[in-house]
Design a protein around this ligand. Structure first.
Ligand code: DP6
Length: 345
């Protein structure tokens, strides 16, 4: 007998960035972060998890390529889910079933409909999807962000929709380092995200390694974590509550710029942005200046692709400007992904 579940999970875009861990194994961050979860219609991970007592070992495929299942992050997730399944179902299903579940192996099959490692939050969608599918399979209830966090820090934020905060927490076991929704997506329905795919090449330095190097070598990172992020979190929360786009936009762009400044302050330096990224930054600032107010905000993660935030009414005008200045690679399809914040069911 085989049990099987398929889930879809969305990506999230950080406005206040997570960059730096205080615990590598439990994936505990140095600072809290805030993100927006985007609609899974265009960017999503899809994962099928099958469980059978006939499987000889646990196997995992990512975009049809088999991966090593001994990855400690994957093993941590499987262990945690089974542990929670125990607590949720152990008593009601009886001892026999409890032991079966621990011994059965899994087959996991995950695919993204967008480039992996190009800085488009694919690990966030991938791990949150895996956790959602496994929780479903094992009938685990309650908050799952703490388990998703064990796969990839940013994945914990994809467990919730709308506007999400990942609280850094204070316990050394990580039990309070969880994500929660701070506002549903319909709180600010006019807000739009526009993703500009600059490159589908994998990033030069993975987020995991990059942030490790920053923690070890960047002096700016320390003052960012201690003095700047706490203030910005409060300001961003207020801008979202008040739907004050100009305030939101300024924090968003300054956060992105500071994150990339920290990357350059890392030794040896990490450069995630390309010439095209810089041109997008310049275009946004020129457009805002022309409008005499902030109408568009950019943010870049660990890669050259831009995520722009703007109001729905400004999308056509700004898109035509983008089309005028940037041509799609090889005259291929347009490299725009039009997203909107969503609530995860
Ligand atoms: C720049 O979550 O990918 O996107 O926890 O090591 O897996 P690990 O890192 P990851 O880092 C994301 C970094 C970021 C900022 C953010 O999403 O907050």
């Amino acid at each position: 007998k085989m049990q099987m579940v398929t889930c879809v999970a969305p990506v999230n875009i950080a406005v206040i960035k997570y960059w730096g861990k205080r615990d590598e194994n439990l994936i505990l961050p140095l600072n809290s972060s805030i993100s927006i979860t985007l609609s899974p219609t265009q960017l999503r991970a899809k994962t099928t998890v099958a469980l059978s007592k006939d499987f000889e070992k646990t196997r995992i495929w990512l975009n049809a390529v088999e991966q090593n299942p001994d990855n400690p992050r994957l093993q941590n997730i499987i262990r945690k889910i089974k542990h929670r399944a125990f607590r949720c179902n152990g008593e009601k299903n009886g001892q026999a079933n409890k032991e079966d579940m621990l011994n059965w192996h899994l087959h996991i099959c995950s695919e993204n409909n967008f480039p992996v490692s190009a800085g488009l939050a694919s690990s966030a969608a991938g791990y949150s999807c895996l956790v959602a599918a496994m929780a479903n399979l094992f009938e685990v209830e309650g908050d799952l962000s703490g388990i998703a966090r064990l796969g990839s820090g940013s994945a914990c934020r994809s467990m919730y929709g709308g506007f999400v905060e990942w609280d850094l927490g204070h316990c050394s076991d990580g039990s309070d380092s969880l994500a929660r929704q701070i506002a549903p997506c319909d709180h600010w329905p006019e807000l739009r995200a526009l993703l500009l795919v600059v490159s589908e090449q994998p990033k030069t330095v993975s987020s995991t390694l990059g942030m490790q190097n920053s923690v070890n070598t960047s002096e700016l990172l320390r003052s960012r974590v201690e003095c700047i992020v706490p203030r910005r979190l409060a300001e961003l929360r207020a801008s979202i509550a008040e739907k004050d786009f100009e305030k939101f936009a300024q924090i968003c762009m300054k956060e992105s710029n500071q994150f990339h400044a920290i990357c350059l302050d890392t030794y040896p330096p990490i450069g995630y942005l390309t010439e095209v990224s810089d041109q997008i930054i310049a275009l946004v600032h020129r457009f805002n200046k022309l409008c005499e107010r902030l109408k568009v905000a950019y943010t870049f993660d660990a890669g050259p692709n831009a995520c722009l935030f703007l109001m729905e009414e400004d999308v056509p005008r700004f898109l035509s400007l983008i089309r005028h200045f940037f041509r799609p690679v090889n005259n291929g399809p347009e490299n725009f992904i039009h997203g909107l914040p969503v609530d995860v069911p």
